[in-house]
Design a protein around this ligand. Structure first.
Ligand SMILES: Nc1ncnc2c1ncn2[C@@H]1O[C@H](COP(=O)(O)OP(=O)(O)O)[C@@H](O)[C@H]1O
Ligand SMILES: [Mg+2]
Length: 312
């Protein structure tokens, strides 16, 4: 379904990985998998472990393209994208604004609600929050999330005002604001976007309370189900919703949209990942494989979407 990508003509490619966020370890695995795949396809690719000196290093390396395989702040949040714009180096994935917006779950949800796209009710938590009233307004059970982290870091369920306050206190240590979102009791799905298309939907199942850090990266018991079990009509509707949600933030190139059903079975958008995991066990390569693309095809396809916003 997705056209093959030519293997030559990319010039020198810098695969940017590692970085300084809490997701550094995952990024190292993602980046090295991408680097190896590109090299196997004959691309002149070099790996760059990103640190505070990245601008100086890129200035001496002078790559023709950058494949960004960084997760979290300082790689996925628009800051590096801004530096690459200034340096005139085209890069994979979303541009400055879309990257920054998608990194912030609170502002993402404000925007979706403004457009009438489905996303669970939520509240911003601060020291001044009335814990009891907020919990009642959100239906009695919530997920507390730091607005600008990934990998389920700092997230916890709260069912009492005391738990809500304790979860806020914990999440607030990570900085960047905290939200409480109405608890979603239904199935969980993730939708890979590649270019202008959505790939087959994957359903996630865990015996843990939710898809937490352990379930994502460590547990052998997390189940990834593809085909996802939705009727063809509902799967297509979720794919169309995900593409709309992706474009509404201005995202481009590739990414992954997370969604869950509520207790009534309505699908609700959770977040957009603009640089999702690219380990050989990650969700995007899994969806690509269901669409007939192997890891190398996928890495080459993403590389071919590299561009600049071109404001200069
Ligand atoms: N409102 C919610 N109700 C129940 N579970 C949730 C809710 N929001 C998130 N989760 C669970 O937490 C996981 C991580 O949430 P998500 O918003 O995707 O943040 P991130 O993946 O960036 O850490 C989801 O994959 C899901 O399992
Ligand atoms: Mg997620």
């Amino acid at each position: 379904m997705v056209a093959a990508t030519p293997t030559s003509g990319f010039g020198r490619v810098a695969v940017l990985y590692g970085g300084m966020s809490a997701e550094r370890d995952i990024s190292l695995i993602s980046g090295k998998a991408v680097l190896q795949a590109l090299q196997q396809r004959g691309v002149d690719a070099v790996g760059v472990d990103v640190g505070a000196d990245i601008v100086r290093r890129l200035d001496s390396l002078r790559p023709d393209l950058a494949f960004i395989a960084l997760h979290g702040p300082g790689g996925e949040d628009g800051t590096l994208q801004g530096a690459l714009e200034f340096m005139g180096i085209p890069y994979t994935g979303s541009g400055v604004l879309a990257s920054a917006l998608a990194m912030d779950k609170m502002r993402t949800k404000w925007l979706w609600r403004g457009l009438g796209l489905p996303t669970a009710a939520f509240a911003t938590l601060t020291a001044a929050t009335d814990w009891e009233q907020t919990l009642a307004e959100l239906g009695g059970s919530v997920m507390v999330k730091p607005a600008r982290e990934g990998s389920s870091l700092g997230m916890a369920r709260a069912d009492t005002p005391a738990e809500l306050e304790a979860a806020w206190r914990e999440a607030d240590r990570l900085g960047g604001g905290v939200i409480a979102e109405a608890w979603l009791a239904g199935e969980e799905y993730t939708v890979t976007i590649l270019g202008e298309q959505a790939l087959p939907v994957i359903k996630l199942e865990t015996d843990r309370g939710f898809y937490d850090y352990e379930a994502k990266y460590l547990s052998d018991d997390t189940r990834y189900i593809c085909p996802c079990g939705l009727t063809a009509e509902r799967e297509e509707a979720l794919q169309a919703l995900s593409i709309e949600a992706f474009h509404s933030l201005g995202c481009s190139g590739w990414g992954r949209v997370d969604a869950m059903a509520d207790s009534a079975g309505q699908l609700q958008l959770l977040e957009v990942n603009t640089i999702p995991g690219m380990t050989t066990h990650s969700l995007v390569p899994m969806a690509a494989s269901a669409a007939g693309m192997d890891f190398g095809d996928l890495a080459m396809f993403i590389l071919a979407t590299a561009r600049r916003e071109g404001w200069t």
